[in-house]
Design a binder for this molecule. Structure first.
Ligand SMILES: [Zn+2]
Ligand SMILES: [Zn+2]
Length: 322
């Protein structure tokens, strides 16, 4: 059953669990006599959340991003409370991409069951349209929104005086999925690492993620995450060196946290394929690989691993040395 506790004055944390894969947190931030609700949990946790919201007046709903563990309750809360809902424009564009799945992506996933996507899309199709778009730097009560792309293109966090509510950007026990989305100018892994460094460098006492333990000292975790992606880049590079060119062939050469590619569930295969593209895109941006047609990649004429390490070190702003 849901539990609420006070993180600081005017900052209430709602822990939603029960029959869900991964427990998730929502937040109630004081705004005069009302509360801003940050994220809405899963569809399954709506009764728990509505029960808690019964005694509270809301001023608005902010969604850090549109994954179903954050946006699944949005329609129900909007209906019950009739308040503006706010999320980033790029989340809406990503959603439209997912609904009109790009044909080349469809081909690529032809042999992976996508039934689970239909289920997720069902929730997302009924998501209320945003009343306002979340913008980088926008003030909300005592908090400031920060656009932190990478986990998703329009992921936002809320930065307060002593705490930052960081959504799925940085988790202590898991590495956030960094999924490719075909949006112009979007480079998921580079953007993710940039966001990570920006957030780790905030002058706050604590980062408060949506899942798992709170993060007091983010630097060691940031180093681990850099090193995790360096290792995946290395594995993707090795696959290209062996002549693998399709996204799937490269994904099969990567060691995934949950096991080999073939042993993953359809959902995890899908996430692994999208994350593989993010790594290949990083290799392409640094001159190690060349993108081909239909999401294939080949080794460039002059692949130099030192360029990758230099790029990682430069992005980390001195936090990480390969
Ligand atoms: Zn997420
Ligand atoms: Zn999440």
């Amino acid at each position: 059953m849901a539990e609420t506790w006070e993180l600081a004055e005017g900052v209430e944390v709602v822990e939603l669990d029960g029959d869900v894969e991964l427990p998730v947190r929502c937040f109630l931030l004081k705004e005069d006599e009302k509360r801003i609700l940050v994220d809405t949990g899963y569809g399954e946790t709506v009764p728990q959340l509505l029960n808690i919201l019964e005694k509270r007046r809301l001023s608005s709903i902010v969604l850090t991003h549109l994954h179903i563990d954050h946006s699944g309750g949005a329609l129900a809360v909007k209906k019950a409370k009739n308040v503006p809902i706010i999320y980033h424009r790029l989340e809406l564009e990503t959603l439209n991409q997912a609904i009109n799945l790009d044909k080349s992506i469809h081909r690529m996933f032809a042999d992976v069951s996508v039934d689970f996507l239909q289920e997720a899309l069902h929730v997302l199709k009924v998501l209320p349209a945003p009343d306002f778009f979340a913008e980088d730097g926008m003030a909300m009560s005592m908090w400031r929104l920060m656009h932190t792309p990478g986990h998703t293109p329009g992921h936002v966090i809320l930065v307060g005086e002593n705490h930052a509510i960081t959504g799925d950007l940085i988790l202590l026990k898991e590495t956030s999925n960094v999924a490719y989305v075909p949006l112009p100018g979007y480079h998921p892994l580079r953007n993710y690492l940039e966001s990570l460094v920006k957030v780790a460098s905030l002058d706050v006492e604590m980062l408060v993620p949506s899942h798992g333990p709170l993060i007091k000292d983010p630097m060691p975790r940031v180093r681990e995450i850099f090193s995790h992606h360096r290792e995946r880049l290395r594995q993707a590079a090795t696959a290209l060196e062996k002549g693998r060119t399709s996204i799937r062939e490269v994904a099969e050469e990567i060691r995934w946290s949950k096991g080999s590619f073939s042993s993953l569930t359809p959902l995890d295969k899908w996430l692994a394929l999208l994350e593989t593209i993010s790594h290949l895109d990083f290799l392409a941006e640094t001159g190690y690989a060349i993108p081909g047609n239909s999401l294939t990649y080949t080794l460039s004429n002059n692949p130099d691993w030192r360029n990758i390490e230099q790029k990682l070190e430069q992005l980390s702003n001195g936090i990480y040395r390969p």
